[in-house]
Ligand binder design. Structure first.
Ligand code: HSE
Length: 395
């Protein structure tokens, strides 16, 4: 019998306990022994099927030699960071879905895990149930990765889909996403692009082998979007999606950001809806590879955690990943793309924009697409005409 502990019994922690129970046979067949949750760390005891496993004392996990893997689903940095460090120092593998902790402290925790000959695994931290970090670091290992981008937040994609398809209000759609267990404890992290920002940092760390500090990554969410722009974009053959994007630049530096984008309607990403996520990785040998699946929710995310538990048990301190602490980072305003603007007045007000394509004129407003310009230039133009909307176009 192999025993594990779970720290934090929220949506994902509960899912981990359920997957271990419900898929016991498959897991035992692969591990050669049964897997069992022995202890669950909670802040407050509460009723439910795992009541008999609960403790509020971390030492019951730290000092228990029978517990070989600890699944951290507390979230945030404070307690999660302290307990993760102590569990690794106690010689236990740690598996997590905590993207904030990995984005901020992953480099340090991976080094600590190596020092103590254990694994720190976090497949579930990006893309929920989609296998993306293992394929990126293993199956695509022979490539130079030039770019990673995608829909990285299930809650905002769900909200956009519900608003566009069924005319739901932002508030109602968010409430539904919370009920379904997609949203973060504080959904500001979802709707303001912070959750997607942490995920693009993790993807960039692994893709480029250098730490991308979340503090330096501009993150914009969906709260500024209007249904009017969604409709104008749709009629022009585009869809609006919240994308995280990380790019390797020619001088070896990288850049990353999160923002809503116009993307061509015929791109596979354009039809990624509801809670689904999709990540596109551009390798110099493979070209573009796309990963698609459920990006949030109890069972998909738990599936990735339990697979990491099994990997840690099967490979021990074998294969390992990591990245360098400091990497050169360029402001994404240096990146060039076409831009979508909606402005007050006629096209003449955009005389300083260079060559533009008019998409729509109505009610004294104009929507247009520019030729490729830098983000900095787009920002200056938006400021000069007090644009009602300015969005990057990816094509
Ligand atoms: N709140 C996150 C999302 C959960 O909606 O994508 C999965 O990381």
């Amino acid at each position: 019998m192999i025993q594990i502990a779970i720290m934090g019994l929220g949506t994902v922690g509960t899912g981990v306990a359920r997957v271990v129970e419900e898929n016991a046979q498959q897991i035992q067949r692969k591990l050669g022994e049964p897997l069992q949750v022995k202890t669950v760390l909670v802040r407050h005891f509460h009723d439910g099927p795992y009541r008999h496993l609960m403790t509020d004392d971390f030492r019951k996990i730290e000092e228990d030699p029978d517990i070989r893997v600890v699944v951290e689903t507390i979230g945030g940095v404070d307690a999660a960071y302290t307990y993760t460090r102590r569990a690794l120092e106690a010689g236990k593998h740690v598996v997590t879905a905590n993207k904030q902790l990995v984005a901020e402290k992953g480099c340090e925790l991976l080094a600590l895990a190596r020092e103590h000959h254990v694994r720190y695994l976090f497949e579930a931290s990006v893309g929920g149930g989609i296998p993306i970090l293992h394929p990126l670091t293993e199956c695509m290992a022979a490539n130079r990765i030039d770019e990673v981008y995608g829909i990285l937040n299930g809650t905002t994609n769900y909200i956009l889909t519900r608003m566009v398809r069924s005319g739901a209000s932002f508030e109602d759609a968010l409430r539904e996403a919370q009920k379904k267990g997609y949203a973060e404890a504080d959904p500001t992290a979802d709707v303001e692009g912070i959750d997607a920002g942490r995920k693009i940092c993790i993807l960039a760390d692994l893709a480029f082998g250098r730490q991308v500090d979340p503090e330096r990554v501009p993150m914009e969410g969906i709260t500024r979007l209007s249904l009017q722009d969604v409709e104008i974009a749709r009629q022009a053959g585009y869809r609006i999606k919240l994308l995280g994007r990380a790019v390797r630049l020619q001088d070896g530096a990288c850049s990353a950001y999160v923002a809503p984008h116009l993307i061509p309607a015929e791109w596979p990403l354009a039809s990624v809806e509801d809670v689904f996520n999709a990540v596109v990785v551009k390798g110099n040998a493979t070209g573009e590879v796309m990963f698609y699946g459920k990006g949030a929710g109890e069972m998909p995310t738990a599936s990735a955690c339990v697979a990491d538990v099994m990997e840690a048990l099967q490979t021990g301190c074998g294969s390992d990943i990591g990245w360098e602490k400091d990497g050169a980072f360029k402001d994404p305003l240096e990146l060039t793309s076409r831009y979508y603007f909606r402005i007050e007045g006629s096209l003449e007000r955009a005389a300083s924009f260079g060559t533009v394509k008019c998409l729509w004129e109505d009610m004294g407003q104009t929507a247009l697409l520019t030729d490729p310009i830098s983000g900095r230039k787009a920002q200056e133009l938006a400021h000069a005409v007090q644009a009602l909307m300015c969005l990057r176009v990816l094509e």
